[in-house]
Design a protein around this ligand. Sequence first.
Ligand code: SF4
Length: 341
Amino acid sequence: MTETDDFLVVDGLGKEFRLKQGGMLRAVHDVSFRQRRGETLGIVGESGCGKSTLARMILHLTPPSRGEVIVGGDTLSALTPAALRRKRRDMQMIFQDPNASLDPRMRVDALIEEPLVIHGLGDRATRARRVAELLDLVGLPAEAARRFPHEFSGGQRQRISIARALAVEPALVVADEPVSALDVSIQAQILNLLVDIRERFGLTYVFISHDLAVVRHISDRVAVMYLGEIVETGEAEAFFAGPLHPYAQMLLAAVLEAGETPEAAQVAGEPPDPQSPPPGCTFHPRCPFMMERCQREAPPETRIDGRRVRCWLHQEGQGAPPPAPPLGPQAPLLKRMDCKG
Ligand code: SF4
């Protein structure tokens, strides 16, 4: 990838929160990646690993403590408040809980029209036509426009949220756990809708999920987060054929073991307290390959065949990396998401 291909550049992003009871919480640490236009990056990790904070920082909904985000050539921190408001038309977010983004007192047509009104786009008749188009695009009937969010199922409410996010024709969509509140069969329908929309409009997605099966379904590239850091990034195909980082290997093995009950997928050991992260490699208390050095020194990022990994096992001179767990054909992952709709 050349620099000119990059539509989204995230460079050295970090965020600490001051806690009411004193002390600091390091939510995100030194995250960098680049994305081409039309590409989907899936960011995966356990709950509390900093994924949602990262999502909000990418859109400058949460200001970063350090680092830069560049979208379509514009450095967000350098924009004036008015320019950032205009830029928001290019960048939209889909949230986990559609209820949180849909005002229950507003009718569906008003909810979908609202971003157009905020950005001053179109007259009343144009906006009404656009609402009708968007309802059709997300697979909802025209009469849905006159109803209220509580009259719909969870999957339908997420369709309304997607229509609302797409109303202003964004180029970048950050989706934070957009299907995790839905039943598995509905998850597949919403994922397929997001894939269709991406193909049709050439959207760039940052897709955040704790669920590797969901990430596999939609991503061109995968980034694995652990305790605020990206520990592995690579093309999805190579990643799912054999992750390099021990945490990524354990995540994938846990999903495969859990099979049809993804909620049972757990990596052994307790995630550490982000207020006092372990020294050295932050994964060392849970890592079956931990060496003495891992407790003292944080591994730098190493590039291997276009992939990036932070682990001492993959540094030059450390000998062979650990074998990936026996993944087999990954049937449970595929089967769970193999639903058209
Ligand atoms: Fe495990 Fe050490 Fe690699 Fe960390 S650096 S993941 S502790 S082997």
